[in-house]
Structure formats: structure tokens, C-alpha cells
Design a protein around this ligand. Structure first.
Ligand code: HEC
Ligand code: HEC
Length: 166
């Protein structure tokens, strides 16, 4: 019985870790999911910082006085989720979901991309743990513009906090 449960655990662990493992497959130096080489990555990084209104060190950490960009952090992982769930598949699928760890609780964000009717826009729902659901509607990207971090964030990381109903 012990063996069986270990095998099951190992299987779960393998599946749970698989997306992270593939996101960190060996690549060219500076190649990331945001850019194919260091130059493109850096350009994307400046855009992300601006879109969120945060410094590089919001996601990257200093080690021995120097920022080490390759070190993983919770905010880096959240940013990866945002990229794969929202930038890469929201428009194509019409809806997407991201979930990441936020102060020890799981934060789930759902987005619905509606292009037609009075309801047109990006409908966002966020929930932390068993907490209250926060909703927000964001305008679709302008004609000819692609959905990007700024479309939803508009210069701030936390866009839903203000929606709190008291
Ligand atoms: C919102 C989070 C976030 C912010 C802010 C941010 N980055 Fe990043 N950065 C990431 C993520 C996530 C990756 C890794 C992407 C991947 O795994 O493919 C990354 C990767 C990098 C890399 C490549 C590291 C490697 O693996 O080779 C460099 C260089 C970098 N960032 C520089 C910057 C600079 C400079 C700034 C500020 C202008 C910045 N970043 C701001 C999230 C962020
Ligand atoms: C479809 C809308 C949408 C897009 C596009 C989007 N985000 Fe987000 N993001 C959200 C929402 C909603 C939240 C939760 C905001 C809150 O807590 O108020 C969030 C939260 C975050 C957080 C905070 C995680 C935490 O610990 O609370 C980071 C970092 C982030 N996004 C990075 C990005 C980056 C980088 C991009 C572009 C690659 C991006 N987002 C694109 C909707 C979006």
C-alpha cells in the first residue's frame, strides 16, 4: 500500500511540476517567454515594468548587491502565468484562468473576452482563497493593438483592490 501511494504521489508531483519544468527548458542566454534573445527580453521587461508601474526588483531579486535576473520569485511566476493564460490564449479562447500563490493563499483570476454587444470588454474576476470575489470590466485593446499587460493593468499591479465593496 505504501508503494502504491508513493507512485500516485510521484505521478501527481510529475504532472504538477511539468509546466514549470518546460518553462525553464534550456534556451539561448536571455531568451525568455517574453523575447527570443536578451535584447528582445529587455525591451519586453521595460514594457512590463511600465504596464505594472513597478521596478524590475518587484519580480527580480538582488543577491550580493546585484540583481540576478535568472533567480525565480513568486512574482516572476505570477507574471509567467499571466503571459501564458492571458496574453497567449485569452483572445483565441474567449476565456482563460490564471492561479498563483499570493501570501500563502491561492489567488485565482478568470478573464472573459467579449467582443460584441453592450457587454463588450474584458471581464475579470479575482478571488483569493475562500475570500470575496472581485470583479472588474476593462476595455478591449484599441483597434489594431494587441492585448498586452497594459490593457488590463494600465500602470498598476492591483487593479481590483479598489473594487472592494464595503
Ligand atoms: C512582473 C514581473 C517582472 C518585472 C517587473 C520584470 N521582469 Fe524580468 N522577467 C520576468 C520573468 C517572469 C522572467 C522569466 C521569463 C521566462 O521564464 O521565460 C524574466 C526574465 C528576465 C531576464 C532574463 C533572465 C534569464 O532567464 O535569462 C532579464 C535580463 C530580465 N528579466 C530583466 C528585467 C529588467 C531589466 C526589468 C526592469 C526593467 C525586469 N526584468 C522587470 C518578470 C519580470
Ligand atoms: C486579461 C487581463 C490581464 C492581463 C492581460 C494581464 N494581467 Fe496581470 N493581473 C490581472 C488581474 C485581474 C490581476 C489581479 C489584480 C489585483 O490583485 O488587483 C493580475 C495580477 C498580476 C500580478 C500580481 C500577482 C500578485 O502577487 O498579486 C502580476 C505580477 C501580474 N498580474 C503581471 C502581469 C504581466 C507581466 C502581464 C503581461 C505579460 C499581465 N499581468 C497581463 C489581469 C491581467
Amino acid at each position: 500500500m505504501k508503494h502504491v501511494s508513493f507512485v500516485i504521489f510521484a505521478l501527481i508531483a510529475t504532472f504538477a511540476l511539468a509546466p514549470h519544468a518546460s518553462a525553464q527548458a534550456p534556451k539561448k542566454p536571455g531568451q525568455t517567454i517574453f523575447g527570443e534573445d536578451r535584447k528582445a527580453t529587455m525591451k519586453a521587461m521595460r514594457g512590463i515594468s511600465k504596464a505594472l508601474g513597478e521596478k524590475c526588483t518587484y519580480c527580480h531579486v538582488k543577491e550580493g548587491g546585484k540583481v540576478v535576473y535568472t533567480t525565480d520569485t513568486p512574482h516572476k511566476q505570477a507574471a509567467r502565468q499571466m503571459k501564458s493564460a492571458f496574453i497567449d490564449s485569452l483572445v483565441a479562447n474567449g476565456q482563460a484562468e490564471a492561479s498563483f500563490d499570493h501570501h500563502g493563499k491561492s489567488k485565482v483570476i478568470k478573464a472573459n473576452y467579449t467582443t460584441k454587444g453592450d457587454d463588450a470588454g474584458i471581464h475579470l474576476v479575482a478571488q483569493e482563497g475562500e475570500g470575496e470575489q472581485h470583479t472588474l470590466k476593462v476595455s478591449l485593446p484599441k483597434k489594431g493593438e494587441a492585448l498586452n499587460c497594459k490593457t488590463c493593468h494600465g500602470g498598476r499591479v492591483h487593479i481590483l483592490a479598489k473594487e472592494e465593496k464595503k
